[in-house]
Design a protein around this ligand. Structure first.
Ligand code: COA
Length: 161
């Protein structure tokens, strides 16, 4: 069944917060990267579920860039939105900032792009609604997502060979 499209704002996670405590740190006393990766995956999953209305799995992490360290006592603030959808797959972008919650200032620490696939009751990929970008920023992300998908699928084919 063909489904009508949905706007990115209908599924976006505006703010998922996580307070960093000492047990979240690596041996350099900055936040452990695996923790942030897990938070990105969970936050992006919610967007994929909201957009598709179905169970979803992570198919690939296209990129995850640690731009700056985050420290104990800071608050990680994650935002995530769907950039584009194809037949059964969706690209979700995640932005992570480290906030000093006393002062209110924040800096960008991580950017990530993840691909999720929606599944039917039998665990097979199922169709998802198209993404209908509204703002200039959403239209830019929509265009760039197609370029990332091309690169990703070429890599996938190359790995198979
Ligand atoms: C992701 C998965 C469902 C794809 O199944 P598949 O049999 O390869 O399905 P298909 O070849 O029909 O591809 C289905 C869609 O997934 C996309 N896809 C599959 N592998 C991909 C990959 N490595 N990267 C990006 N997209 C991928 C395809 O491009 C296709 O997208 P489209 O329908 O929008 O065109 C399957 O590989 C899987 O279950 N992987 C494990 C997922 C998992 O356990 N994740 C971690 C826990 S959540």
């Amino acid at each position: 069944m063909t489904q009508k499209g949905k706007r990115p704002s209908e599924s976006a996670v505006e703010q998922n917060v996580y307070k960093i405590f000492p047990n979240d740190l690596n041996s350099e006393y900055t936040v452990f990267g695996g923790l942030v990766m897990g938070l990105c995956d969970r936050t992006a999953l919610i967007v994929a579920e909201r957009h598709s209305g179905h169970a979803c799995v992570t198919a690939a992490v296209d990129s995850l860039d640690f731009l700056a360290p985050a420290h104990s006592g800071e608050t990680l603030v994650l935002k995530a939105a769907v950039n584009r959808a194809w037949r059964s797959s969706m690209e979700i972008g995640v932005h992570v900032a480290a906030e000093n919650s006393f002062r209110g200032d924040a800096r960008h620490v991580v950017s990530a792009y993840l691909t999720f696939v929606a599944l039917d009751k039998n665990g097979a990929p199922r169709p998802v609604p198209a993404v209908l970008p509204e703002t200039d920023e959403e239209r830019r992300r929509y265009q760039e997502a197609e370029e990332r998908r091309d690169a990703r699928l070429k890599m996938r084919e190359a790995r198979k060979r």
